[in-house]
Design a binder for this molecule. Structure first.
Ligand code: PMV
Length: 307
């Protein structure tokens, strides 16, 4: 039996604007993960997603269903004769919540199949490219940031269409991630932003430029270790995401609670309208912010150190 895993991710700065060619910063979240287990079988090729109680018979050439598609694309890349297998996937990453669950499941499957085919050293750029093809099925017009950060499993500065840039985190810092418990479709949020941009391109382009400038400043603050600059930048990024109309009452409630409990900055992460938010904390603020988020209705809170 072979198994492989992939981590979750958060976008620290720049979601939505990244779809329009502005930079974004994303980091892996290793406290949550997707795993794929590959077991030889006498007949057929099936994939079983335990969390959503779904079993898919993987027909050759099925490039429509995301689970079947990642299996078929990976087998084609590996140039491997069609195996008789059962693949079981399981994930502790909440679905549709901005933590990259779809990309992590696809990544775990690619890695497990590569191991099965005797190619455990499959390059991250290949994994990322295969997963990107399937992200299109989930999201329509993904920027590619999710598959990149999850396949490389390190902090990335991402610019659509450009080679990946990793960067140095001068001083580790901690974010608390609070889940509203509201599942939200990234595809819908992205297409609503697109509609707004089509109606008033000048206004949206200005917002995207502003977000891009925040991302640049955040990168230099992280590289220089001037972490006191990060909190206000998170707040400014969130204000712009609110302008893009991708926040929600539940996200606002958690963000306010985190700020009132002393977090130095907070914002929604990912597609928005639900899912998760993050708050930047130091050691003294951490417990109070966790308690405040739970009190304000967060269904799950996790703490991750970025280093
Ligand atoms: O909701 P998530 O974690 O899939 O993040 C989406 C990020 C967006 O910028 C809104 C879309 C994208 O493709 O980059």
């Amino acid at each position: 039996m072979i198994s492989a895993a992939a981590c979750g991710k958060i976008i620290l700065f720049g979601e939505h604007a990244v779809v329009y060619g502005r930079p974004a910063i994303a980091v892996p979240v290793t406290q949550v993960q997707a795993t794929a287990l590959v077991q030889p079988r006498a007949h057929g090729l099936t994939i079983h997603a335990t969390d959503i109680a779904r079993t898919v018979k993987v027909e050759p050439h099925n490039l429509i269903d995301p689970l079947a598609a990642i299996v078929n694309l990976t087998l084609a890349y590996l140039n491997c004769p069609r195996p008789q297998l059962e693949i079981t996937v399981h994930s502790t990453i909440p679905i549709a919540s901005g933590l990259g669950s779809g990309a992590a499941i696809s990544t775990a499957i690619v890695r497990a199949l590569a191991q099965f085919a005797g190619r455990p050293d499959i390059a991250p750029e290949v994994v990322s490219q295969l997963v990107y093809e399937v992200e299109k099925l989930y999201h329509g017009t993904p920027s590619g940031i999710d598959n990149t950060v999850i396949a490389y499993q390190q902090p990335v500065y991402f610019l659509r269409g450009e080679p990946i840039q990793t960067f140095n985190v001068a001083h580790p810092f901690t974010v608390v991630v609070g889940n509203t418990g509201i599942a939200s479709s990234t595809k819908k949020a992205v297409s609503d932003v697109r509609r707004g941009w089509e109606i008033d391109p000048a206004r949206y382009e200005a917002w995207f430029d502003w977000i891009g400038a925040i991302v640049q400043q955040a990168r230099s603050a992280i590289e220089a270790g001037t972490l006191d600059r990060l909190g206000p930048l998170l707040d400014q990024n969130h204000v712009l995401l609110r302008e893009l109309d991708v926040s929600s009452l539940e996200l606002e409630r958690l963000i306010l609670a985190a700020k009132q409990a002393g977090a130095s900055g907070a914002k929604l992460v990912g597609g928005g309208r639900g899912g998760n938010m993050i708050a930047l904390v130091n050691d003294q603020q951490r417990e109070a912010v966790i308690a405040a988020l739970k009190e304000a209705g967060a269904v799950n809170v996790l703490v991750t150190e970025i280093q």
